[in-house]
Design a protein around this ligand. Sequence first.
Ligand code: NAD
Length: 289
Amino acid sequence: MSAQILNGKALAQTIQEDLKQQITTLQSQIGRPPGLAVIMVGNHPASAAYVRNKERACARVGIASFGKHLPADTPQADLAGLIQECNQNSEIDGILVQLPLPDSLDAVALLNQIHPDKDADGLHPVNLGRLLRGERGLRSCTPAGVMRLLQSANLDLTGKKAVVIGRSILVGKPLALMLLEANATVTIAHSRSGDLAAIARHADILIAAVGRPQMITAEMVKPGAVVIDVGINRVTDEAGRSRLVGDVDFDGVASVASYITPVPGGVGPMTVAMLLNNTVESYRRKHQP
Ligand code: NAD
C-alpha cells in the first residue's frame, strides 16, 4: 500500500473537541446549550443505529438532543405539526429528520417544512440554493465532511480535475458544487454515464458516492489520485460474516492512490461531526448574526 489514509474518525474527534470548547464558551453567554431535535419514524435498524450514534455524539460535545421517535404509521400531518413545533421552540437550533422515512410519507414535503436556519442536515432548498449561489448557509453534512477531509490534507483543489460518481441530492450534487467553489474542474458521473472507468481515470480527486460494494478498482484510478469513498455497503462473506465496505476496492486502490479514505472510519464519522457543526453554527448565529 502506498496511499496515505485520510482518517475521518480522528479528524471528527478533533472537530468534536473543538465544538465542545466553543459550546462551553457560548453557553456561558447564551445561558443554555445548543439543541438538536432528532426525528425518527419507525424502527429501521440501520436508522436506529445512526440515530443512537448522533445522539451520543451530541451528548459528548454538550448539545442537548431532543429525541422524537415515532411509530411507522404516524400520519404526515402529525409529523408536519411536530416540525412546526420544533421550528418555534427557542431551545432547538437544529432539526434532523432521519431518512429514509416510511413510503407512506412524503419526505421532501416534510424536509421543506424545516426552517432553513434550523436545517441541520443542510438539505432544505433554501440552503441548497445558497450553496449554488455561493452564499453563507448550512451546508449538507456528508459533502461538507468530504471537503473538510480534503482540507485536512492541505490539498489545493485549484485547477484539479475532480470526478464525483453519483448525482444524489444528498451527496453527489452538493459535493460537486462545493468542489466547484474550491476551484476544481468538476465532472459528475452517474448510472447513465457509460465508460465510467475512462471518466474516473481522468480524476485527480475521485469521489465515489454510489452504493455499490467495491466497484472502483485500481484500474479505474489515475496513479497518485486522491480517492474519497462515501459508499457504505453491508456485505456478507461465504462464512456468513457481515461487514461494511465502501464503493472502493480499498486494498487495490490504496496501491495506486496518494490518499484514500477507509470504510468504516472515513467519511461516515465526518458526516456526524458536520451535523454537530451545523447545529452549533445555527446556535451561534441566533445570538451573533
Ligand atoms: P443514491 O442511491 O441516492 O445515489 C446513488 C447514485 O449513484 C445515483 O446518482 C446513481 O446515478 C449513481 N449510480 C448508481 N449506479 C451507478 C453505476 N453503476 N455507475 C455510476 N453511477 C451509478 O445514494 P446516496 O444517498 O447518494 O448514497 C450513495 C452511497 O453513499 C450509499 O452507499 C450510501 O449508503 C452512502 N452514504 C454515506 C454517507 C456517509 O456518511 N458516509 C452519507 C450518505 C450516503
